[in-house]
Design a protein around this ligand. Structure first.
Ligand SMILES: NC(=O)c1ccc[n+]([C@@H]2O[C@H](COP(=O)([O-])OP(=O)(O)OC[C@H]3O[C@@H](n4cnc5c(N)ncnc54)[C@H](O)[C@@H]3O)[C@@H](O)[C@H]2O)c1
Ligand SMILES: [Zn+2]
Ligand SMILES: [Zn+2]
Length: 367
């Protein structure tokens, strides 16, 4: 029996280098562990932008979007979420491998296939357009669409209190930024944290560092408005990289080097600075996507006993961490509204352009 489909509208990428464009599509009904979500808000993350720019033609047409939030419309036979539940969608994972079983699903062995490939290996396509199948499984959701087909493992109930537009970015940027601090780097009371890049991820990290009780929180970003917002959110100082030698300024502000540094820029030269800004035994977390290679001061890393680690999705276990983030928001510790600019889904082009240019820190499409 062929599953039936539902009429939807989606932002479809069909040309190398061009932006996605809104199209009429059909999304098939959920089977197995799948969950059909009527999307009410979806954030644009820098990962959508950078992957769309280099997405191979052979994997088009393609629907991006991995910060969806909405209401469960229908479920497959083995999914346990109820129809009508308010949910956010996050990254997908297999639930079976050693990492998933150890509570490290961000490092799932199937992560690339389940999040980055874009399809379900299904010939007819879970999403179809005028000209045939469209890849509709980006991060297990492809939520730049009025309906998204997600999975049991990447769907998290959010209760009734948080607004959809605020909940949407919890699924990626916010859990990545806050989680990189609270779950991965784990500064203790009184330590210093330096964050390179004050975009949605970096500013979420600033809020995380404040929650952790860091004494010195420094945001580095060339954009003055972003530095000002960082201060509003808890940074104790900011640095404009254009204003002079960043490393010596940071050494001064931290009293000789930072205990923790987070890089969200993925700029090779910034990564070198980020390592150099650490004090002995300090650690660098890398979340930025895109630096192919960077020059690192090996003698310094050895001599100071530094640690460098990559961080995916803030080491989060979304089913427990997203509800914690919602509590922090409720208590006023995560004023996410300050990062968000909402756009009507019909205005996708402008939202995409604002994300690309940096005019909006966290554009969220609403439906
Ligand atoms: N690892 C993960 O799981 C994960 C999850 C989400 C996003 N990401 C990645 O994290 C990165 C940040 O995402 P975002 O949405 O915050 O992007 P963003 O582009 O809004 O933020 C990057 C910031 O870096 C600043 N910047 C540029 N040059 C700089 C310099 N020389 N020094 C300091 N700052 C500089 C920019 O002005 C900008 O504010 C992206 O690469 C994204 O793909 C990774
Ligand atoms: Zn797994
Ligand atoms: Zn993302």
């Amino acid at each position: 029996m062929t599953p039936t489909s539902i009429a939807a509208r989606a932002a479809v990428l069909s040309e190398v280098g061009a932006p996605p464009a809104l199209r009429d599509v059909q999304v098939r009904e959920p089977v197995g562990d799948e969950i059909l979500v009527r999307v009410q808000a979806v954030g644009i993350c820098h990962t959508d932008i950078s992957l769309a720019a280099r997405w191979p033609g052979k994997r088009m047409p393609m629907v991006f979007g991995h910060e969806g939030a909405g209401i469960v419309e229908a479920v497959g036979r083995t999914a346990t979420v109820r129809v009508g539940t308010r949910v956010v969608l996050t990254f997908n994972s297999c639930g079976q491998c050693n990492h998933c079983k150890a509570g490290e699903s961000a490092y799932c062995r199937q992560s690339t296939a389940l999040n980055m490939r874009g399809d379900r290996g299904e010939v007819s396509g879970s999403v179809r357009g005028e000209h045939g199948p469209i890849n509709g499984d980006f991060f297990g959701q492809s939520s730049f669409a009025t309906y998204a087909l997600a999975h049991q493992r990447n769907t998290v109930p959010i209760g009734d209190e948080i607004e959809m537009s605020v909940a949407a970015p919890l699924g990626c940027s916010v859990q990545t930024g806050v989680g990189s601090i609270l779950n991965a780097l784990r500064p203790v009371l009184g330590q210093s944290v330096v964050i390179f890049g004050a975009g949605a991820v970096g500013l979420s990290a600033v809020m995380g560092a404040r929650i952790a009780g860091a004494r010195v929180i420094i945001a580095v970003d060339p954009i003055a408005e972003r530095r000002a917002l960082a201060v509003e959110l808890g940074a104790t100082a900011t640095v404009d990289p254009a204003a002079g030698d960043v490393v010596s300024t940071l050494a001064e502000f931290t009293g000789g080097g930072a205990d923790h540094v987070l890089d969200t820029t993925a700029i090779p030269a910034v990564l070198t600075e980020a390592v150099t800004a650490l004090r002995s035994r300090g650690q660098l977390g890398i979340v930025g996507l895109g630096a192919p290679i960077a020059e690192l001061p090996v003698g310094l890393i050895m001599g100071r006993g530094l640690r460098i680690r990559g961080i995916v999705e803030g080491d989060s276990v979304p089913s427990t961490f997203i509800p914690e983030l919602i509590d922090l928001h409720k208590r006023g510790d995560l004023p996410l509204e300050k990062l968000i600019t909402t756009y009507d889904f019909a205005d996708f082009d402008n939202a995409w352009a604002a994300a690309q240019s940096g005019a909006a820190i966290k554009p969220v499409l609403t439906f």
